[in-house]
Design a protein around this ligand. Structure first.
Ligand code: URA
Length: 239
């Protein structure tokens, strides 16, 4: 991730430096439970939602691989289900597969994926230790932003993955993942440094920038480093 350099250059990026927390934040620390934002979405209560909510890993993976609920299935090479330790303590959620992910069938395997791996290693996590999934399982053409109806069509799958894994923390990378997961339209800059909670599970959700954005804006890596340290503290129960 190249963060060793950031540590030396900027005292604010030291491991003991707290991330900027807006006192007006709706959530954080002891107020966490008040922050629960229902991310149930439109599909909640639908027949599809009920079926998916009862699936085991194998049924879920097969259903995703053969899904035709939105037009993205017409342009995908393959659906990208998710990868990693199904008993992971850390769940990383991104936006949607890109070209390389669509080709290989695995999330975060392109350049952004390499940076994500480095970000995780920087806080002592190997890629194989965590679980990595996306909001959308199929690649939007030309990597355009997901459409609301695509997010709705895909939502039950990620919800089921979260409930099967029961991670101790969710790290949402990027605006799309953060806003979609928490059902808000808050700018990502305002979501950083706060602890959200996933639905009724009490699983803390911490937000950071998307690695693809960090590749384009390397100066923002320092903030991402602060976010990762914050996430580690939340994970340890110290934030
Ligand atoms: N960007 C994402 O959000 N997810 C991927 O899997 C790859 C790139």
């Amino acid at each position: 991730m190249g963060i060793d350099v950031w540590e030396r250059r900027d005292p604010a990026a030291r491991p003991d430096a707290a991330p900027a927390i807006d006192p007006a934040a709706p959530v954080s620390g002891l107020d966490r439970e008040k922050s629960v934002i229902d991310a149930g979405g439109v599909a909640r209560g639908s027949e599809h939602a009920r079926r998916v909510a009862a699936m085991n890993w194998e049924d879920l993976a097969r259903t995703v691989r053969t899904c035709t609920r939105c037009p993205l299935h017409e342009t995908r090479t393959q659906a990208v289900f998710g990868v990693g330790n199904r008993e992971a303590e850390w769940l990383v959620i991104g936006e949607a597969p890109g070209a390389e992910e669509d080709r290989q069938g695995e999330p975060f395997v392109g350049r952004a994926g390499q940076l994500l791996n480095s970000m995780l290693l920087a806080i002592g996590l190997r890629r194989e230790q965590v679980y990595i999934a996306n909001i959308l399982k199929c690649r939007p053409p030309n990597n355009r932003d997901p459409k609301p109806e695509e997010e709705t069509a895909c939502r039950d799958y990620l919800e089921r993955q979260i409930r099967l894994i029961r991670p101790k923390i969710i790290l949402a990378v990027g605006r799309i993942a953060a806003q979609n997961l928490m059902k808000v339209d808050t700018p990502i800059g305002k979501m950083r440094g706060r602890t959200y909670s996933y639905q009724d599970t009490g699983i803390p959700v911490v937000i950071t920038y998307h690695p693809a954005y960090l590749l384009r804006s390397p100066l923002e890596k320092r903030k991402a480093w602060q976010d990762l340290l914050y996430a580690k503290r939340v994970f340890a129960g110290h934030a």
